[in-house]
Design a binder for this molecule. Structure first.
Ligand code: ZN
Length: 295
């Protein structure tokens, strides 16, 4: 295990326990999430290091890598994913303006989103650390997908960099935000989707909230702190958008973790309730898309 002695956001060294969660998908081990008493940032500590974490992704249930359509929750995930891809394409088309359409998708998984970008005339590049997922993106869609290590040496620059539910998995958080800055064209935009533990569904499910997803989720972002972190690295927040399906998907998994079985009625009710409570505030939804622009 790796222990952080310094807060990744403010560098303070005093933490208190926030919540202890179980790894329900792979190891069934318990992990502590701590709260920085200076800035309030929440992170999993201690955590598996960059090599050790590999085994916590080894599960047939880890669907963004396996693309399996077994089981009812996976089936729903596949349907929602298709819809979500259309929404993401609409978003990047509206954010890119008249400039060249180039996108780098970090953590592109099996490549469905990037393939859709490519078919819409985007110049695409993907980064994916998982070998099997990366090969699928290359072989199924003819995409240009590389390992995570190449990020540091890329000379290309992009109008859009997207990370869909990926930043919370990255060990060297501030280093990655600095990389985003240098990989963007001037006035280019980073589109970052992460779970929101300040949402109503998180508050309701507490340690069973599926989007804590320890130890794979190393960081747990509030709207204020992700904006602060990016601002410090030259990326200004310009817009937040809600991810309205996530509360349902996360509630389905959370119900399963809480009671040991599927409970679609409660999941639907709680997902709906969470969205209702968020209303017209995008930063209260279960997951949030943040758009940052290079200064
Ligand atoms: Zn801090």
């Amino acid at each position: 295990m790796e222990i952080l002695n310094e807060c990744p956001v403010c560098k303070a060294q005093t933490f208190e326990n926030f919540i202890k969660c179980k790894d329900f998908t792979v190891s069934q081990e318990l992990f502590q999430i701590v709260n920085c008493t200076t800035c309030g940032f929440k992170f999993t500590n201690p955590r598996p290091g960059p090599i050790e974490i590999g085994k916590y992704y080894e599960s047939s249930d880890y669907i963004s890598h396996s693309n399996s359509s077994k089981g009812i929750i996976n089936k729903i995930y596949q349907v929602v994913r298709k819809r979500a891809i259309n929404g993401k394409i609409h978003l990047i088309n509206s954010e890119v303006g008249k400039s060249e359409k180039s996108i780098l998708d970090i953590g592109c998984g099996t490549g469905e989103f990037l393939a859709a970008c490519k078919s819409q005339g985007w110049k695409t590049k993907g980064i994916e650390p998982n070998d099997s997922a990366r090969s699928q993106g290359i072989n199924n869609f003819g995409l240009d997908v590389e390992k995570e290590e190449v990020l540091a040496s890329l000379t290309e620059r992009f109008e859009i960099i997207s990370m869909w539910h990926v930043l919370e998995h990255v060990h060297l958080l501030r280093t990655r935000v600095k990389q985003l800055y240098s990989l963007l064209n001037d006035r280019g935009k980073a589109i970052i989707a992460v779970p929101n533990y300040t949402s109503a569904d998180a508050e309701m499910y507490k340690e069973h909230w599926a989007a804590y997803d320890v130890p794979r989720h190393l960081y747990h972002f509030s709207p204020d702190l992700i904006k602060r972190l990016f601002k410090e690295e030259g990326l200004t927040h310009i817009k937040s958008l809600p991810m309205v399906y996530d509360s349902f998907y996360v509630s389905m998994l959370s119900e399963k973790y809480k009671s040991g079985s599927n409970n679609f009625f409660s999941a639907f009710r709680n997902g709906f309730m969470s969205n209702q409570k968020a209303g017209n505030n995008p930063e209260r939804y279960s997951s949030v898309i943040y758009i940052f622009q290079k200064d």
